[in-house]
Structure formats: structure tokens, C-alpha cells
Write a protein that binds this ligand. Sequence first.
Ligand code: G16
Length: 545
Amino acid sequence: MNVVSVSTQPIDGQKPGTSGLRKKVKVFSQPGYLENFVQSIFDNLSGQQGKTLVLGGDGRYFNDTAIQIILRMAAAAGFGRVLVGQNGILSTPAASAVIRKQAAFGGIILSASHNPGGPDGDFGIKYNLANGGPANETFTEAVYQRSRSISVYKYVDAPDIDLGVPGETLLGDMKVQVIDPVADYAALQESLFDFNKIAELLARPEFRMRFDAMHAVTGPYAKAILEGRLGAPAGTVVNGDPLPDFGGGHPDPNPVYAADLVAALADPHSGLSFGAASDGDGDRNMIVGRDFIVSPSDSLAVLAANYQYIPAYSGGLAGVARSMPTSCAVDRVAQSLGIPCFETPTGWKFFGSLLDAGQLTLCGEESAGTGSNHVREKDGLWAVLFWLNILAARNETAPQIVREHWRKFGRNVYSRHDYEGIETAKADRLFAELRGKLPGLAGTEISGMRVELADDFAYTDPVDGSRSEKQGVRVLLQGGSRVVFRLSGTGTEGATLRVYLERYVADAALHEVPTQEALAPLVALAEKIANIATITGRDAPDVIS
Ligand code: G16
């Protein structure tokens, strides 16, 4: 085996964010950039010799180039086998499923999730551990530190591997096994849900569904499962061919970027009764009923409240978890079920240790992610199948189910306002001033609302005791309302300010008040506390979801 050592120098800025390292393609394709980061990952592993690595990505621009580089480097790092998705494709939840099912040492997932792709778009890479979940902060920090002192990277000199056909090849001494990216994942989903019941629902003439794969990785998975195994009519999955630039779109399933799907469900002539979408790498989901968008926070709460209809969970839930900015709707469900509800920082990695310890079964985030103990990533298509299973079992529509949920538990009216591409210096100033105000806020009254608690969220992992500080500024108000401020950790340009707004409304007569109208007083309060317009010069958010 011809191992080549290349001298290199540290490259600035290789610090992983909320979910791995995400940068512009132009940054990633600089000489040595990807190699430095991958070597920094490998230098932090021990015991990988002869073991299996799982490798795949969402098919975005640069995916194929990066895979060939990583294969050669994995061979030099001593891996015995790499399982790589055919054509380099593996959705994030499918990669997690394969790592677990094949008892791999770990995995590398190539994706910038919901961020746009193409030569001018974004690329990303993250390392997942043997449990199938994203590496924790201790590991990602160690990778970053390594990237600051790296002096050499290694690869095996060998030609590109043909990833178009399943089968096995040798690269140096390492086996490269090209696998069907859908098989393990589809089998896992079938073991969780009542596929017969879902198939009956999909066969009903009055039930018509559309799944928008947004030209991203979920297309082949949704076609194989919904149209293949479950018999949904051909054409149920739209935009189902993954494209390196997602067809020029922004593969983020929210009301702004999946506006076509929302419009189709609002059109009485479309005949559609249920809609769903997934993102670039297949871990996020959007659920849409007739003229009704289910908010991700509500979706998590509804899934938890209806666990009994799902074969895999019908025995009961050990616990549930949500990220701090996610609405407290699921907390009310947990309380009524008498099970624990954990509140973690943003980032799926924080759910992993609780899932591994068996302390929770379902978890989710406001950022359109829900998942369970079946893998260690959020799972877009899983959430859609969960909803279909509930619809089939209850024989009701999504809006009926959500409205009934509100009547029973009250409604946590919720919205997120994003201010994108703010100059970093302005964002830093905003947070510095905001943090300076926190100690004096509790007990004061702002715009007629009393502040009960104002702090910077910190989290101690109940299983491994690790501590994460500065995970978002939260202002809790009397009556269960909240305003949370956070900077995104997944963007690649400037800073994105996220303002999360939540108000609890128990009175069913007020449940249909439009969301933004119900939250207007909190928007005004957020402005008063954080001076967003003055500091950033923006008087309205770019995206409201
Ligand atoms: C990633 C993480 C999620 C997190 C989201 C929020 O999602 O996996 O756990 O909620 O980022 O990102 P931000 O820091 O921008 O608010 P994804 O789908 O991008 O991998």
C-alpha cells in the first residue's frame, strides 16, 4: 500500500458549529482544506485499525470529489472497510441507521443540510460516533485544536473508485463496499410503523398526499418507501431526483422555501389532503394539512401524545426531550404522561447521551427536526411515517388532530424570526449589550409583561456531566410566555440572529388568532430588550417560520 504523506499548514476557521464544519464550496475546495480537516478527525481517533467506516452525503456539489479524497485518507488511517452509499449518497438518518446496524466504528457525513448547494453554495462535513450520532462537543473541539497544529496529512495513492454500482473493491489494503443507500433504512422504518395501515390510508380515494423532496437526498428514500413499499400513486413524491444544486432551490422545508407545497395544500382544487417535505440531507421535515402548517414544536408534542398508535412505541415512552428554544408544548404532554421532559441546548448531539442511556424515546427541535431512539439523528421521513400512521389509526386529518391537541393541552403559539447575514461585529455587540442587561431584568415589567427569569442558558449533561455554556439568552415571562435570542451555528456568511417567540394560550376561543398577531406584543418586547433595529439596521426579519 503506497501511503503518501503531504506536508501541510493549519488553515484558520476549521471550528465545527452546531452540526459539523460548514463553509462555502469555494472554501472547501481550496488545496488541503478538506484534507486538513479529515486528518484532524482521524488524528483524534484511536482503535480504528481494521474497523468499518460509513461514508456518504446528500449528493450536493463537491460530494463526489470529497468522497474519493476521504476514501484514500481512510485507507491511510488504517480502516479495514468503508461502507459507502451508491453514488456517494446517504441521507443523514440513513447513515446513522447503517452505522448502528453494521456496528461500524463511526461515519463521515457530507452535507450542509438545508443550506443551498452548487459551486457558489455550501458544503459540510461531520463525524458520527459508533452510536450513529454526531460527535459530542469534546470531540469536535479536539478536532478543531488539531486543525490548528496539523503539519501532515496522509492518503493512499490509488485511482478513483467507481461508486455507481454496488459491490466490493480494494483501495490499498482497505475494502470499499458500495451499498444500496436505502435498504437498511427502509427495513428499519418498516420495523417501527404499521405499514399495512399506512398502505390502506394511502389507497383511500379521498386521501391524497404530496411529498416534496426539494431535489435533495430524500427523493430516492421517499420513492422507495411511499410509492414502492406503501403503494402510494406514482407522482406522490415530487422534485424527487437529487441534484447537486437542488435545482437552484434552498432545500429547507419551511413556509418560505417550500412555498409551492404550502400553496398546493391551500388550493381547494388541488385535491390534496396531506403534504410533507424534507431538507437537503433528509433529517428535517415539514408537515402540512389542508390550508394548515403544523409547527415543528407542535408536531413533536402531537407525536408524543399519540405514541400509542405506533407499534414501536406503544409500550410507552421513557421520556421526551426538546432543545431549549423549542416551544414547551411537549412539556405539557410529558407532564400528563408522567414521564421526564429534558431541555437541551440546540444541536442533535445533545440528545445522544440521553438516548444511549435509555432515558428518552422521542425528541425534537423547533428547527423542523424530530426523531427517536431508532437512530441518533433527526429523521425527516420517519416523522412523515409517524404522522401517516397516526392519521391512519385515528381516521382524522392533521388539522383536526392538532386543534384537538390544543383544546386538550392549550396552545403554545410559537414563531421564529430570523435576521440573516448580519455583520458579525453588530451581532456581537447586540449580544454583549443583551447579556449585560440580564442580571437586572428579572422582576421588572416591560410593556406590561413581568419578567420572571432572564439568563444565558447553560446545560449540564445528566449522563456524562459535561457542561455547555452560553447556549442562548432566554427571557421567561409570567404566564408561560418566552423570548429567546440565539445566533445560528450553521450559517456560512456573517451572523444569523434567531429570535424565538412563544406565548401560552389556554383559552380555546383564542386558538385561531393568527400566530403573528398573537405574538405581536412579544415582538415589541424583544425589540425593547435587544435593540435589534438600532444595532443591526434591520426593521424586519428575513424569514418568519
Ligand atoms: C443543525 C442541528 C440541529 C439544530 C440546527 C439549528 O441542523 O443538527 O440539531 O437544531 O442545526 O441550527 P442553528 O444553529 O442554525 O439554529 P441541520 O439540519 O442543519 O443539521
